[in-house]
Design a protein around this ligand. Structure first.
Ligand code: ATP
Ligand code: MG
Length: 283
């Protein structure tokens, strides 16, 4: 049985559970329970505070975990990282009161800065030769300047609206973060095998989330030209339509190239284009 630690309730919880479910792993959740066992995969889920996850995985209390890179690196456990998961993307940034003059990071020399991430901040400033007084606080960092506790803050930002509503301006990006899967470095062979199985499924889900299945109709004399525009996994599937001289082409395209491909294949004579999501993709 593999033990997975995820955040009990917070910004990582929902997407962590969603990923596990998309891997075909079923379990029953209850807000009162601190652990659950899957009904169809040898996995037990522990629900913890996100700050505790790296330490529990390092100690082997949990075998694997899902946590933000910001917390992982702040706590010095980056060696446990196995795989970036692509969700809970955010950044750790420095912000100053909106009205303050700010030209460069050197302007922070000698200032008081409030943060929950003293190590990440210290590393960023040391690299740039800037010396500050760091005040480590565990929450409500963004109000520190307005109550006179600090001249600037270093905190997690995603849209930036919290900063704006507290009269602050983002001036430096200190660290980019996303959710990451971590693992204990002394897993038994059996547990390692289970982790590999889980990773295989995670890769299939991740690949599918960026890929789209595309279907279109085209006159037979355009098939060659359109096929060259559709990358696909191998090459497109071509099926005859009931209408003489026409075919249906099926392929897979990456979300990033999607709009460009659509325009080109329309120009090449494609009609009735359908684009549908893919649930799993194994190649
Ligand atoms: P806990 O009670 O578990 O200690 P917390 O309050 O420390 O929770 P959350 O605010 O739930 O933590 O954030 C958890 C993680 O989610 C952060 O460490 C970060 O990686 C990520 N995160 C934080 N804010 C955002 C955001 N606005 N958008 C996306 N991801 C975020
Ligand atoms: Mg926390």
């Amino acid at each position: 049985m593999l033990r997975l630690a995820i955040q009990k309730s917070g910004r990582l919880s929902e997407d962590s559970l969603k990923l596990i479910r998309e891997c075909g792993i079923s379990f029953i959740t209850s807000s009162l329970k601190l652990k659950t066992e899957s009904t169809n995969f040898p996995l037990e889920i522990l629900y913890l505070r996100d700050d505790d996850i790296p330490g529990y995985v390092a100690d082997g209390v949990a075998d694997i975990g899902i946590v933000g890179e910001n917390v992982l690196v702040e706590e010095g456990y980056q060696a446990l990282a196995v795989e970036k998961l692509g969700f809970s993307k955010c950044r750790l940034s420095l912000a100053v009161p909106k009205a303050d003059d700010y030209e460069s990071v050197q302007d922070l020399n000698g200032k008081n800065i409030a943060t929950s991430y003293p190590n990440l901040l210290q590393a960023f400033l040391s690299e740039r030769g800037v010396q500050v007084n760091i005040h480590t606080i565990s929450g409500s960092v963004e109000i520190a300047p307005s109550i006179g506790l600090a001249d600037a803050i270093c905190d997690i930002v995603s849209s930036g609206s919290t900063l704006i509503s507290n009269g602050l301006r983002e001036v430096e990006r200190v660290f980019n973060s996303q959710a990451v899967l971590i693992a204990n470095d002394g897993l038994t062979a059996e547990k390692r095998e289970l982790l590999d199985k889980l990773l295989f499924r995670i890769h299939a889900v991740q690949r599918a989330s960026r890929a789209k299945y595309i279907l279109l109709n085209a006159p037979n004399d355009r098939i060659q030209q359109i096929s060259q525009l559709l990358p696909g996994i191998k090459s497109p599937t071509v099926l005859p339509l009931a209408e003489e001289g026409w075919s249906s082409l099926h392929s897979v395209v990456n979300e990033d190239d999607f709009w460009e491909i659509i325009e080109k294949i329309k120009e090449a004579g494609a009609q009735g284009i359908l684009v549908v999501p893919i649930e799993k993709m194994i190649i």
